[in-house]
Design a protein around this ligand. Structure first.
Ligand SMILES: Cc1cc2nc3c(=O)[nH]c(=O)nc-3n(C[C@H](O)[C@H](O)[C@H](O)COP(=O)(O)OP(=O)(O)OC[C@H]3O[C@@H](n4cnc5c(N)ncnc54)[C@H](O)[C@@H]3O)c2cc1C
Length: 379
């Protein structure tokens, strides 16, 4: 067991931190206010290699481990959690999904541009009636010669209106339930594929969340990832890795809440002394720091198992379950420490709370994470 970061991990943290401070911090409040997608910063993040961190160099990525990726998502999310999820979806759902389960031709055609940030990816599993119950897919993919015809609607798709490449799960044999689902790579501009509605959100407001519509959308059979009927397993396996990214996003938001609280507690005076001198405030800060450190360790543990090629599903679920709870609690405590100033937009802590909440919902709600963990223990 080694708790020391490697030289590469240190370097990734420094690079991500510098990028976040210089390129994301200015304008993050305005982007949140205006619900504005961070297009320019995203290109720069791509040029650092951070949009395809685990993609092998042969396909244009920087071939790093999951720990490096988690560190980068944490640092980015500490400053801009919207960018954290944009990056996380592209890295751990789209690039990982294609790299792990795609064939050589698919990797060759898609990974380079996705890893460099030239193109952006989205992952479309959820539907109006298929969220936690993800196998209840109503989007249908009917085989017609050398193509599939897709019809249906996808809900809540991160990066959906900006993505050039969308991984779409659809039922190729609906009566078979989870065993009748397949995954398709659908390119933006394919006739019949349209962006239906942009969501207005509580938090991560500068990320892009939309519904997608498929109407007689013809996708070449060569764009099916894996075999027919393997799409549900693809989605569940890919989401296991995605949960490490969301845990990292949550740790980043929690750390930002702690940092803001420490700074404010030292500056704010009440009863002729800094509120940092009050034990009530000190205890809150101690609890926050302890929770964040524990969440980070769970995140690293899941990432290390993944990097070692060992099963990591329950550990990733634990990391996400715990880190998302810590993010919400830390943001709430940060608001409390800031008093009235925490409740208004002048300080960032109210945004941290709005951003933190989603980490308990997407890529499997906290209830679903508990099911995953309990199943692994009780099987
Ligand atoms: C901002 C945002 C971005 C998103 N991005 C994406 C994306 O990029 N791609 C994508 O495919 N999806 C995405 N999602 C969808 C997200 O993954 C789903 O919202 C989530 O899985 C929950 O599904 P649901 O909203 O249908 O809630 P439901 O499944 O209807 O759940 C409602 C409530 O019931 C609980 N519940 C449901 N089933 C059980 C059970 N068996 N046991 C206990 N409790 C249960 C849930 O935990 C929840 O509290 C995104 C969602 C949001 C809000």
């Amino acid at each position: 067991m080694n708790f020391e970061p490697t030289e590469t991990h240190r370097m990734i943290r420094e690079t991500a931190r510098k990028f976040a401070q210089e390129k994301l911090a200015p304008g993050s409040m305005e982007r949140d206010e205006r619900e504005e997608f961070p297009s320019a910063a995203l290109k720069e993040l791509g040029s650092l290699g951070f949009m395809g961190m685990m993609v092998p160099e042969q396909y244009g990525g920087i071939g790093l481990d999951t720990i490096s990726y988690a560190i980068a998502v944490e640092e980015v999310s500490k400053v801009d959690a919207s960018m954290g999820v944009i990056m996380s979806v592209n890295n751990s759902l789209v690039c990982f999904g294609i790299n792990r389960y795609g064939n050589d031709d698919q990797k060759d055609r898609y990974l380079r541009d996705l890893a460099s940030g030239m193109k952006l990816g989205a992952f479309a599993l959820s539907e109006p009636e298929a969220g936690s119950d993800a196998s209840n897919q109503h989007t249908l993919a009917k085989k017609m010669g050398h193509a599939y015809i897709l019809n249906g609607t996808k809900n809540w798709i991160t990066n959906g209106s900006t993505a050039d490449v969308v991984l779409v799960m659809a039922a190729t044999d609906r009566p078979k339930g989870p065993k009748g689902i397949s995954t398709f790579i659908v390119e933006r501009g394919t006739p019949g594929f349209t962006v239906a509605r942009k969501e207005r959100k509580l938090g991560i407001r500068s990320s892009d969340t939309v519904s997608l519509s498929f109407q007689d959308c013809r996708v070449p059979a060569a764009n099916r990832i894996g075999g027919e009927g393997e799409g549900f397993t693809f989605a569940m396996k890919t989401l296991e890795g995605g949960r490490i990214g969301i845990a990292a996003q949550a740790v980043g938001i929690a750390q930002a809440s702690l940092d803001a609280s420490v700074k404010y507690a030292r500056e704010r005076r009440a009863f002729d002394r800094p509120i940092a001198d009050l034990q009530a405030i000190q205890f809150k800060i101690a609890e926050m720091a302890t929770g964040i450190e524990a969440a980070r360790m769970l995140m690293f543990r899941a990432a290390a198992l993944k990097d070692a090629g060992q099963p990591f599903g329950p550990e990733a679920a634990m990391a996400k379950l715990f880190a998302s709870r810590i993010a919400v609690q830390s943001a709430l405590e940060a608001i409390q420490i800031h008093g009235g100033y925490g409740y208004v937009r002048e300080y960032l802590v109210e945004r941290y709370l709005r951003d933190a909440k989603i980490t308990e919902i997407y890529e499997g709600t906290s209830e679903i994470q508990r099911i995953v963990i309990a199943r692994s223990l009780l099987k």
